[in-house]
Design a protein around this ligand. Structure first.
Ligand SMILES: Cc1cc2nc3c(=O)[nH]c(=O)nc-3n(C[C@H](O)[C@H](O)[C@H](O)COP(=O)(O)OP(=O)(O)OC[C@H]3O[C@@H](n4cnc5c(N)ncnc54)[C@H](O)[C@@H]3O)c2cc1C
Length: 466
């Protein structure tokens, strides 16, 4: 019997057939994420109920040299959860209890399977705030957010997932359970292992519990929407806001194609024919100060050439726009047979140059490249849409040109989606051979047999098993 079959048999015996699913429907549903990464069918999907189940899976698979693909909700964009080699899926969505919510010390202890929006709602019901807000929050899990170090619009003011993690419990390949970090606001004991595990994309350990930092829920929020005649003017306004020292909690940019897509999602937003839109929000605990900040932001946008600027104080009005914004990715997806979404980042003063590079690449390769995203911190989602399979080589050239342009502008290849499998071939474009070799040694220390998410992030050659 092959090691993979032996692993499935051993796990079925240890955990039961209801936990270890081998039916085609379950296996296919868990084989891929929301990217175009190629996938193979897993031999089984293990729906872990707790850290003990995770430890059992990782012990058996380590011993037999079988590949394991950890998985949350599968909303990732780079094939991080995609099954790329014979092996099995370890699904952590059922480990979702909110074990502690301490409003006095400002922390929560929660399982990785909890859906991000459900966690945010539970926290906000207690007057507290967990700011990381991936636009997939309604579907994705905290485990996936932790593994990818997810960001979102509010990262501009509040930082990304890593900035809100105090401690993590995780299981290593082999089954060893580790408890890293702390519950205190400060702490510098030993290496910062939670920081290493956050963003490690399921290649080092499987996260089974997180202690997350919370803050007080802002009581005042004002939206500012600025419509521009062109994306170049909107890009210049982003720079003006940053250089002018303004710090809204988000500055989101949408180009003309995205404005048209948004209009189709939510009529009445007045976006028909817009060349670009900036969506900004100011927040805080002093309503007058927040209002004054929003007015300064509005004035700066008007001075930068906005055709129209409006303030949105009504939460229902703001939510209508965000609801449309949240489905932007999927709405763009519906415009073409294939879509890839890149998430490059440049220093904020280079946003106009990046937008210009995208325009040039799109024209040169004949690929539609609608662009939107978290422009305030230089992070843009550049999408590539195509219908004809014959266009694929042009898409590949466009991606390569985009990455070259990003790096030449002093940027980085991923702001929040991670490297996964799709961007692994490009990692050497940004990082030196020595740095990648060092990360391989870190990987080997956690996962000597290379069973966890083989081939991800650092590319092929990390999996010695199977
Ligand atoms: C419409 C849409 C909007 C999006 N907007 C944003 C955005 O604004 N910001 C952003 O950052 N991302 C965004 N994303 C990408 C995606 O939602 C995030 O990467 C999210 O964090 C993935 O969570 P998930 O639960 O779906 O994880 P999955 O896709 O299942 O997995 C992602 C990675 O995490 C690993 N993983 C999952 N659970 C664990 C665990 N318990 N232990 C160890 N590793 C684990 C997987 O192996 C994989 O490498 C968006 C995606 C969509 C579809």
């Amino acid at each position: 019997m092959q090691p993979l079959d032996r692993a499935v048999l051993a796990l079925s015996r240890a955990l039961g057939d209801s936990v270890v699913r081998t039916d085609a429907a379950a296996c296919e549903a868990a084989a891929h994420d929301e990217s175009e990464a190629e996938w193979v069918m897993p031999a089984a999907v293990v729906g872990a109920r707790d850290a003990d189940d995770v430890a059992t899976v990782l012990r058996v698979c380590h011993d037999l040299g079988v590949a394991v693909f950890p998985r949350g909700a599968g909303t990732g964009r780079v094939g991080g959860a995609t099954v790329t080699a014979p092996g099995l899926v370890l699904d952590t969505t059922a480990i979702k209890s909110l074990d502690e919510l301490d409003t006095r010390d400002g922390l929560a202890v929660v399982g990785p399977g909890m859906v991000t929006a459900a966690f945010q709602s539970a926290v906000e019901a207690e007057g507290m705030f967990y700011p990381p807000d991936p636009q997939s929050a309604a579907w994705c899990t905290l485990g996936g957010n932790l593994a990818t170090n997810a960001g979102g619009p509010r990262a501009l003011k509040y930082g990304v997932t890593r900035d809100w993690v105090l401690g993590l419990e995780a299981v290593l390949p082999g089954g060893e359970r580790v408890s890293t970090g702390r519950s205190t606001r400060k702490g510098v004991t030993g290496y910062d292992l939670p920081a290493l595990l956050v963003g490690s994309e399921g290649t080092l350990a499987v996260i089974t519990r997180a202690t997350l930092r919370l803050t007080a829920l802002p009581t005042a929020v004002v939206g500012v929407w600025a419509r521009f005649g062109s994306v170049a003017e909107a890009g210049a306004a982003v720079v003006a806001l940053s250089v002018g020292g303004m710090r809204p909690r988000c500055v989101e940019l949408l180009d003309a194609v995205c404005c048209a897509t948004l209009s189709a999602q939510a009529a009445g937003l007045g976006l028909e024919g817009a060349g670009a839109l900036l969506v900004m929000e100011c927040d805080g605990h002093d309503a007058r100060a927040v209002e004054a900040e929003a007015e300064r932001v509005a004035e700066a946008c008007a001075a930068a050439g906005a055709e129209g600027v409006s303030l949105a104080r009504d939460p229902v009005e703001r939510e209508a726009l965000w609801a449309a914004r949240r489905v932007m990715s999927r709405a763009l997806r519906a415009r073409a047979r294939w879509k890839l979404s890149e998430d490059v980042v440049v220093p904020v003063t280079r946003v106009p140059a990046l937008l210009e590079a995208v325009r040039g690449i799109s024209a040169a390769e004949g690929v539609v490249m609608p662009t939107y995203g978290h422009a305030g911190d230089g992070n843009l989602h550049v999408n590539l849409l195509w219908d004809d399979p014959a266009a694929y080589p042009a898409v590949q050239r466009a991606i390569a040109a985009l990455f070259r342009a990003t790096l030449s502008l002093g940027g980085t290849l991923s702001g929040e989606h991670g490297i996964g499998v799709l961007k692994a071939p490009y990692l050497p474009w940004e990082q030196s051979e020595g740095l990648i070799a060092l990360q391989r040694r870190v990987k080997a220390a956690f996962d000597p047999r290379g069973v966890l998410n083989p081939g991800k992030v650092l590319g092929p050659g990390t999996h010695s098993a199977c």
